[in-house]
Design a protein around this ligand. Structure first.
Ligand code: F6R
Length: 258
C-alpha cells in the first residue's frame, strides 16, 4: 500500500486527476469504480478541469459502489441521481456506460446479480475510487461483511445512517438497506484509490491500514490488494502509528522515470 498524508484532499485530487487523465488518454475505454460521498469530490472536481482542457471521457465506463433500497432512482438523494449530478454530467461520461445498482428493482438480489455480471462483461474495474465509513465500511460493506462477498443486499449500520442523515430531512428517512458491491467485487478491481479526510475517519483509517485484516473493519481487506493508494489528510491520519514512516517513504520515493 502506498499511504500518502496530504494537507488536503484537494492536493490529492490534483495528483490523481493528472494520473487518471493519463490512464484515460492511453485507454479511452477505462472502467472506473465510482464512490459517492464527500471524499472523492475533490478528485471529480479536479478531473472536471482536465475535461474542460480537452480530456475526452465519453468512452469511459463507470460502476457505482452502491445504491439505497427504498428510494426511487429519480429521487435526488439516490446514488443514481448523485452520480449523474457529480460525475456523469460534469465529466461528460456517456450515461449509457454509467451503472448504479438498481435499488428500486422489484427483486433487488436479482439486480445485484445483474450488476456483478455487468462489471464482468465490461472487463472488470481498472481503478476503483473509494471512501471509508467512520465504522470502517467500504462500499456499504458494514462490519461483519464477508471479505469474499459479492454484490448483494446489505443492512446499513446505525452509525452509517447517522453519518448520511445530512442528506435527508430526518434520520428516519435514511434507508435501512442498500445494494452494494461486495468486498470480493471491490478487490477484483485492478487498482484501488482510497480517500479519507477528517477526525471522524481517524479510528477507521488506523484499523484499516494498521490493524488486523478482519471483517470487524471491512476496509482492512485492502491490505490484501497488490495495488492500493490511500490519501489521508492529517486529521484522518491522526491514529496512524507509522505516520512518520509513511511521510519518509513518500519523501524518498524512488525515481522510476528513467
Ligand atoms: C459511497 C460509499 C461509502 C462512502 C463512505 C464515506 O458510495 O460507498 O463507502 O465512501 O461512507 O463517505 P464520505 O466520503 O461522505 O465520508
Amino acid at each position: 500500500m502506498e499511504i500518502i498524508i496530504v494537507e488536503s484532499l484537494e492536493e490529492a485530487g490534483e495528483v490523481e486527476a493528472k494520473r487518471l487523465a493519463r490512464i484515460i488518454n492511453e485507454n479511452p475505454e477505462t472502467v472506473l469504480g465510482l464512490a459517492t460521498g464527500s471524499s472523492p469530490l475533490p478528485l471529480y472536481q479536479a478531473m472536471e478541469r482536465y475535461v474542460s482542457g480537452g480530456l475526452n471521457m465519453r468512452n469511459v465506463s463507470g460502476f457505482a459502489l452502491d445504491e439505497y433500497i427504498g428510494i426511487a432512482a429519480s429521487d435526488e438523494r439516490s446514488y443514481t441521481a448523485t452520480i449523474e449530478r457529480e460525475v456523469t454530467g460534469p465529466l461528460g461520461l456517456n450515461p449509457e456506460l454509467v451503472h448504479v445498482p438498481e435499488g428500486d428493482a422489484a427483486d433487488p438480489q436479482q439486480a445485484a446479480d445483474r450488476y456483478e455480471a455487468a462489471i464482468k462483461s465490461a472487463g472488470g474495474v481498472d481503478v476503483q475510487i473509494l471512501g471509508i465509513g467512520s465504522d470502517g465500511h467500504l462500499g456499504f460493506n458494514e462490519p461483519g461483511s464477508s471479505l469474499a462477498s459479492r454484490t448483494r443486499i446489505k443492512t446499513l449500520s446505525q452509525l452509517t445512517r447517522e453519518d448520511n442523515a445530512r442528506f435527508f430531512s430526518t434520520l428516519d428517512e435514511v434507508p435501512r438497506h442498500c445494494i452494494t458491491q461486495g468486498l470480493g467485487t471491490i478487490m477484483d478491481a485492478r487498482q484501488l484509490l482510497l480517500f479519507a479526510q477528517g477526525a471522524t475517519k481517524a479510528e477507521a483509517i488506523a484499523a484499516a491500514l494498521e490493524g488486523p485484516v478482519s471483517s470487524r473493519c471491512p476496509a482492512s481487506v485492502i491490505q490484501l490488494h497488490p495495488s492500493v493508494t490511500v490519501y489521508v489528510d492529517n486529521s484522518a491520519a491522526a491514529g496512524l502509528e507509522l505516520a512518520d514512516f509513511y511521510k519518509y517513504i513518500h519523501r524518498n520515493k524512488p525515481d522510476q522515470s528513467s
